[in-house]
Ligand binder design. Structure first.
Ligand SMILES: [Zn+2]
Ligand SMILES: [Zn+2]
Length: 196
């Protein structure tokens, strides 16, 4: 089988750290942080993806402070402007901060996302390939959906029934096409792990 998009080098800097840290910004979450870490570890296990999950609050207190700063700089009309957040995060990473993948858990009662007019509104959370997920809802389906964006999956256009990678994630399973894509994107790293 030939793949067009084989990756021999990490596409994103954060992947080199092989780490993803989960930071809870608030005590009140719809599902606790430890469960969220469990959901992601389960997903990584399904595809044998060699990324380590880390409790950011426990292990990266400096990172937690940086994220709180970025968050406060990214508020617009009392809502999170996630494009601004990404921009500020990039600045911090350019000088060596927060090099790993980041999952941020926020209280949905406290925060909403700012959506530009005409932009598809983010409700549950946002996830981008550049090592960032912000979750308002921390139930399994939204965790898997947003984390799949970090892994490199995009939405189905038009929506595909029975797959989690629709804009509205009504299921927690991936269709065969999405499964194939994840395997394809990560296969070199899986092989690298088998060799060590
Ligand atoms: Zn999405
Ligand atoms: Zn799919």
């Amino acid at each position: 089988m030939k793949f067009e998009t084989r990756r021999t080098e990490p596409r994103w800097e954060w992947e080199k750290t092989k780490k993803v840290a989960v930071f809870a910004m608030d005590d009140k979450l719809s599902v606790p942080k430890s469960d969220v870490i469990g959901f992601i570890e389960e997903l990584l296990g399904e595809f044998a993806i060699p990324l380590d999950m880390i409790d950011g609050n426990l292990k990266h207190s400096r990172g937690l402070l940086l994220i709180k700063e970025i968050l406060s700089m990214s508020m617009k009309n009392d809502k999170i402007n996630y494009e601004q957040f990404e921009k500020e995060l990039r600045k911090v990473r350019n000088v060596g901060g927060l090099p790993y993948g980041i999952v941020i858990l926020i209280d949905k009662g406290k925060y909403e996302f700012y959506n530009k007019p005409g932009q598809q509104p983010a409700i549950y959370g946002i996830g981008v390939e550049d090592g960032l997920v912000i979750l308002r809802y921390t139930h399994k389906a939204s965790v898997r959906h947003e984390f799949a964006h970090i892994l490199g999956l995009n939405h189905h256009h038009p929506p595909k029934q029975g797959c989690i990678m629709n804009w509205e994630c009504a299921t927690s399973t991936f269709c065969d096409e999405c499964k194939g894509k994840i395997q394809e994107m990560w296969e070199d790293k899986m092989k690298a792990r088998e060799m060590t």
